[in-house]
Design a protein around this ligand. Structure first.
Ligand code: C5P
Length: 224
């Protein structure tokens, strides 16, 4: 008899749609592991910049993606023994991550690493292609959206809470640029899978989104 793989809840959507926060809370509630796939692209971007590479140098950047020695320890992300949890969240790394994410060699190199997070009792994975490419057999696929203006406002609030000053107009432009790059690239572009449940979170609280996703999870996890 074929061995059943642990269930996966795939949560995809554009930048600043609230995927990360929602996915972590859903994982906690279900007692599942959590994969922040964007962190892997951010790590590759940081390592490539630190190595002085050109971000469109497909061969060298893919080599970094294949060989990078990274550890996710709870909330802490490391390259070797160095804590890069905050460094990978810098706005400059957001743009660089979406550049390296357009390289097919980088995406291929990261697939095995991402699938390795699928362990019992289950996984909640967030990103752009969790349901379409990395876990096409996911138990449930959610696609979270929100208007660009709402996403820029959320990002602004997050940065202000961290004491970082930023202009809403610049943040909005960054979000629109990343949307364009993420949806128009040839390799695994951001798109809603036909079998994904779309939730437009504009005007919704995090708690309301989490409750809606959990209701979908309970239904999907119960199904034979
Ligand atoms: O989700 P986050 O904003 O941290 O991701 C950073 C960048 O990594 C995104 O803008 C996107 O280009 C890329 N990414 C991706 N596929 C994923 C996760 C992230 O292309 N599964």
């Amino acid at each position: 008899m074929a061995r059943r793989l642990p269930p996966v809840i795939a949560i995809d959507g554009p930048s600043a749609s609230g995927k990360g926060t929602v996915a972590q809370l859903v994982a906690r509630d279900l007692g599942f592991h959590y994969l922040d796939s964007g962190a892997l692209y951010r790590l590759v971007a940081l390592a490539a910049l630190e190595a002085g590479l050109n971000l469109d140098d497909g061969l060298r950047v893919s080599d970094i993606a294949l060989n990078i020695n990274t550890k996710f320890n709870g909330e802490t992300v490391r390259i070797g023994s160095r804590d890069v949890t905050d460094a990978i969240r810098a706005e400059s790394i957001s743009g660089a991550a979406s550049q390296v994410a357009a390289l097919p060699g980088v995406r291929d190199a990261l697939i095995t690493r991402q699938r390795a997070f699928r362990r019992p009792p289950g996984l909640v994975a967030d990103g752009r292609d969790m349901g379409s490419v990395v876990f096409p057999d996911a138990t449930l696929k959610i696609f979270l959206t929100a208007s660009p203006e709402e996403r820029a406002n959320r990002r602004h609030k997050q940065l202000m809470e961290k004491g970082i000053d930023a202009s809403i107009n610049t943040l909005l432009q960054d979000i629109l640029d990343r949307d364009t790059r993420d949806t128009t690239r040839a390799a695994a572009p951001l798109q809603k899978s036909v079998d994904a449940v779309e939730i437009d979170t504009t005007g919704m609280t995090i708690a309301a989104v989490v409750a809606q996703v959990l209701a979908q999870c309970r239904h999907a996890l119960r199904a034979p």
